[in-house]
Design a binder for this molecule. Structure first.
Ligand SMILES: Nc1ncnc2c1ncn2[C@@H]1O[C@H](COP(=O)(O)OP(=O)(O)OP(=O)(O)O)[C@@H](O)[C@H]1O
Ligand SMILES: [Mg+2]
Length: 171
């Protein structure tokens, strides 16, 4: 996998800022997109995914897929799969579960703990790494494809239009 040099840093002082970033990210989603959500336990991966899914129009609960491994949504004419591979004991469990089929041009895949399926899960378009910063969080975005780069550029233009409370810090 080759990265691009398109990256962005977002300061997320509180949960509302994480939710705002998720809402803005939802506007950049296209079928076929794969987004990795990385970071320690409690870094805000599910919070971000939940905000994206809600912004796409889902009104019911958005459960963490920690136990089910995947939650499926059909929203805004998209098939959206929200995975969490935290409980994998080996990356091959991804293949055994038949999850490869979910990654196709008609679906959007959000993946928590992708490193637990390393070598088996397909490459992402966008990697979002969340980390603790005191009681706040910081999100580092890195595009791994032109589709991911376009996502980051759209986020930057949403910020420029003044619709976001999250602060991107583009290089
Ligand atoms: N920017 C933020 N500042 C402070 N707290 C936040 C922020 N974003 C999310 N949180 C809080 O962090 C907590 C953990 O979030 P979440 O469950 O989304 O983490 P996670 O990364 O999915 O964890 P896990 O690895 O266990 O799946 C939640 O209580 C949420 O409210
Ligand atoms: Mg989670």
């Amino acid at each position: 996998m080759h990265g691009t040099d398109v990256t962005a840093l977002f300061d997320l002082p509180d949960e509302a800022a994480t939710q705002e970033l998720g809402k803005n990210l939802a506007q950049t989603l296209l079928p076929g997109q794969v987004i990795f959500l990385e970071g320690d336990l409690g870094a805000g991966k599910t919070t971000l995914a939940r905000a994206m899914i809600r912004a796409l129009g889902h009104t019911g609960p958005v459960k963490s897929p920690t136990y089910a491994l995947v939650e499926v949504y059909v929203v805004s004419s998209l098939y959206l799969y929200h995975f969490d591979f935290y409980r994998f004991e080996s990356p091959e469990e991804f293949l055994d579960a038949g999850f490869g089929e979910y990654f196709n041009e008609a679906s959007v895949c959000l993946v928590e703990w992708p490193d637990k399926a390393v070598g088996c899960v397909p490459s992402p378009d966008l990697r979002i790494h969340l980390r603790h910063a005191g009681s706040a969080r910081v999100a580092e975005l890195a595009a791994s494809s032109e589709r991911g780069a376009s996502c980051i550029r759209t986020l930057a233009s949403i910020r420029a239009a003044g619709n976001s409370c999250a602060t991107p810090d583009l290089p």
